[in-house]
Design a protein. Structure first.
Length: 455
């Protein structure tokens, strides 16, 4: 058999280490008609709440022109509305940047993850690294490592300190200083706002502190704002702080930061529950060289003509689009309340959140049911096996201040979410809330249930 390259062999070894839980998954997932006994995946952030609405809109408004069947450069040079025109305006309308996003300072690419991979290739030499605080979105690791072989140095924040606070930035600086001695060379910081998996927005003072740190050490600052349009009020956080984009801050004044080091990735796929339609936007308003490089690398891996046609139409239909985003937030909040009630009923600790499509829960007490004397890894493996047997799966947050935390994605239709929670009860060995009646009860009982929530 002909050999592959050394880097390919190393990549093959790395793939084996990535997301080992994926090897346990069945061939087909849950589907109410074709596979009702299949595994309900509640660990992947795919918003199914608005899928029927978006599907109906596409069926009524989707139209392919001749240029959509040709190379992307042909589409760009033609006279059909494209996402290169519509997507910057979408960001301007929803993120309110100080300087408008334009085709000159942004690049449309096939998904935010792909754009992060391209960005890493452009700014890092092999073996150099980005810094990110724990917990973090696990996809950042493969996005950085392939194909540029950029490392991701994860910085632990001590218990009791909010990873989104200004105070946490000092631990990033300590890591930078340590890497100066021990390696690897740090080339940038990654900030995910709103945060995945914690589901909260960064305070402005924290974003400013990140920019100050980037300036001090001559680093890039990449801000992932994919969930910027998904901040919602709920019973735990009735008045959530607004999302503030890095583009809406004058970081040259607030942080004395050269803004050529500030870059943002965002896009509409999460907003519209269409993660499979790969589209994202890289924005760098003060670094034309990097924009040119990103544009060149994305040109051979452009979004498809149909994806362009769908999103150009949807995000340019402002009245419908604004209604859709608001209705999506309402449905997300409604689904979240189901999880809150469920956690309160079972006295499972959850972290109040108000952004994104997920909630973090602490399963320390559940894991102990699988053997207090066992190691955490053994208990997590046993729990994963029990969940798969019950037909449901949620994923640990990974490297975390509290290693017994899991991320639960709740943006599913009510009946699917309810079934998923029922199956989690079976896996956890808990009584079924649906069989116990409504949560009602005395104020004292309600207070006991509510005590599970971290304030």
């Amino acid at each position: 058999m002909p050999s592959v390259s050394k880097r390919a062999r190393e990549r093959a070894e790395q793939i084996e280490k990535e997301m080992p839980i994926m090897k346990l998954l069945p061939e087909k997932f849950y589907e109410p008609t074709h596979n009702p006994d299949g595994v309900i995946i509640m660990g992947v952030a795919e918003n199914a709440l608005m899928t029927p609405v978006f599907t109906e809109y596409i069926e009524k408004n989707f139209r392919l022109d001749a240029d959509h069947f040709r190379y992307h450069v042909t589409l760009q040079k033609g006279f059909t509305l494209t996402t290169e025109e519509a997507l910057p305006q979408y960001i301007n309308d929803t993120f309110h940047p100080i300087i408008p996003v334009t085709q000159d300072n942004s690049i449309v690419g096939p998904g935010v993850g792909s754009l992060i991979s391209e960005f890493a290739w452009q700014v890092c030499d092999e073996g150099e690294a980005f810094l990110v605080t724990a917990p973090f979105y696990g996809g950042f690791q493969p996005d950085c490592e392939y194909p540029s072989r950029t490392k991701l140095v994860v910085v632990d924040i001590p218990q009791g300190i909010d990873p989104l606070s200004k105070e946490s930035v000092s631990y990033l600086e300590r890591a930078i200083e340590k890497c100066k001695v021990d390696g690897p060379t740090i080339r940038g910081l990654i900030l995910c706002n709103p945060h995945n998996p914690l589901g909260r927005v960064y305070p402005t003072e924290s974003i400013v502190a990140y920019a100050e740190l980037a300036e001090k050490y001559d680093l890039h600052l990449l801000v992932d704002e994919i969930y910027g349009n998904q901040v919602y009020a709920n019973s735990l956080v009735p008045h959530p702080p607004p999302f503030v984009s890095a583009l809406a801050l004058d970081l040259s004044t607030l942080a004395k930061c050269d803004q050529s080091r500030i870059h943002v990735v965002a896009g509409p796929s999460k907003d519209f529950g269409a993660s499979g339609l790969r589209i994202g936007l890289f924005i760098s308003q003060h670094n034309p060289e990097l924009v040119k490089l990103m544009g060149s690398s994305v040109a051979s891996n452009a979004i498809s003509g149909p994806t362009d046609a769908i999103f150009a139409a949807a995000i340019n239909d402002r009245e419908w689009r604004n209604w859709f985003l608001e209705e999506s937030r309402r449905r997300i909040a409604e689904a979240f309340e189901m999880v809150v009630a469920w956690c309160q009923f079972h006295k499972i600790t959850l972290l109040p959140c108000y952004a994104g499509q997920f909630v973090v829960i602490d399963l320390a007490s559940v894991l102990d049911r699988f053997g207090k004397s066992k190691t955490l890894e053994q208990k997590q493996d046993a729990l994963s096996g029990a969940m798969l047997k019950a037909g449901v799966l949620i994923i640990p947050t990974g490297q975390d201040q509290y290693p017994t935390r899991y991320r639960l994605v709740f943006v599913r239709p009510r009946e699917v979410l309810q079934l998923g929670l029922d199956r989690l009860e079976t896996a956890f060995g808990l009584p079924h809330m649906s069989e116990a009646g409504t949560m009602g009860g005395s104020d004292e009982q309600e207070a006991k249930r509510s005590s599970c929530v971290i304030a």
